[in-house]
Design a protein around this ligand. Structure first.
Ligand code: PAF
Length: 281
């Protein structure tokens, strides 16, 4: 596996990969890789694709009081995992390579990026859309793979890929979970042992609300119970626990179509998110 840090080297390496005619799959990451990321890499490898993984902790998607400085960085260990998994190229640019002096462009997706995390983290999805557009232009993949754990992010990416006519297939992969059900996330590394136990309340509260709604119980009561469960386990502030249309992410008061239940809340200093499908009978 080659690790590349500047654009001319990346372009040359991509051109070399393209010569055998096999498609190229990109897995964009911010590093601190876990089994969730490696499941994306496994999917990327299907159909004989060449796999490119990017590691870039993108400052533009962190708010001023968020965890940019604390975000785990362990590129050497990540590189070993990727090499063992058969990845062809690791694209690991510096901030100066990604955003050279004078950089002045933002990709902004209206509508689908405005609620939920878009409301709780102003500017977050502008940062994501801008860096993912750049990664797509840098690597020029045929396919790109993202996890459904960041369900709204995936929806935002699908939106701008369609709107900008980018010739890239976007594949969403189901959330990978620890044995006890907690969604895998690089931010789980921040949790103390007690917080790690309490964190389970998030998938459990969402699961219980899903069962209630699918049994026909009122959506608002199920959501209120989930919020109370989270608060009872020490979560707070709770940014949202919301039932949304699975495609548009518009909040829905009644389970009358395929839906997604999404939750985001802080546990101590760690912000956790999760989501699950909820389907009408
Ligand atoms: O999901 C992530 O890790 C990041 O948001 C992404 C897609 C790599 C963009 O920085």
């Amino acid at each position: 596996m080659q690790t590349l840090r500047d654009l001319p080297a990346l372009r040359a390496a991509i051109d070399a990969l393209r010569r055998d005619g096999k498609p190229i799959a990109l897995v964009p990451t911010m590093g601190a890789l876990h089994d969730g990321h490696m499941a994306l890499v496994d999917e990327a490898k299907r159909h004989g694709r060449h796999v490119v993984v990017s590691i870039f902790v993108n400052p533009r998607q962190f708010g001023p009081n968020e965890d940019l400085d604390a975000y785990p960085r362990r590129e050497a260990k990540d590189a070993q995992l990727l090499q063992a998994a058969g990845v062809a190229l690791l694209w690991a640019p510096s901030v100066d390579v990604m955003y050279p002096a004078g950089f002045a462009t933002t990709i902004s997706v209206s509508g689908i990026s405005e609620g939920l995390d878009g409301a709780a983290r102003p500017g977050h999805f502008d940062g994501v859309a801008t860096v993912v557009t750049k990664l797509f232009n840098q690597v020029r993949p045929d396919v790109a793979i993202f996890g459904e754990k960041d369900y709204q992010q995936l929806a935002v990416i699908r939106r701008f890929v369609a709107d900008l006519d980018l010739p890239i297939d976007i594949i969403g992969m189901p959330t990978q979970r620890a044995e006890d059900g907690l969604a895998l996330s690089s931010r789980n590394a921040y949790l103390s042992a007690d917080e790690r136990k309490a964190a389970l309340a998030l998938p459990r509260a969402l699961g219980e609300a899903k069962r209630q709604m699918e049994r026909g119980e009122p959506v608002d009561a199920a959501l209120a119970q989930a919020v109370a469960t989270l608060a009872g386990h020490g979560f707070g502030p709770i940014d949202y626990v919301t039932l949304c249309d699975a495609a548009t992410l518009e909040p829905i008061p009644v389970l009358d179509r395929p839906a997604r239940l999404l939750g985001a809340a802080k546990l101590g200093t760690t912000r956790l998110i999760d989501n699950i499908a909820v389907d009408p009978a």
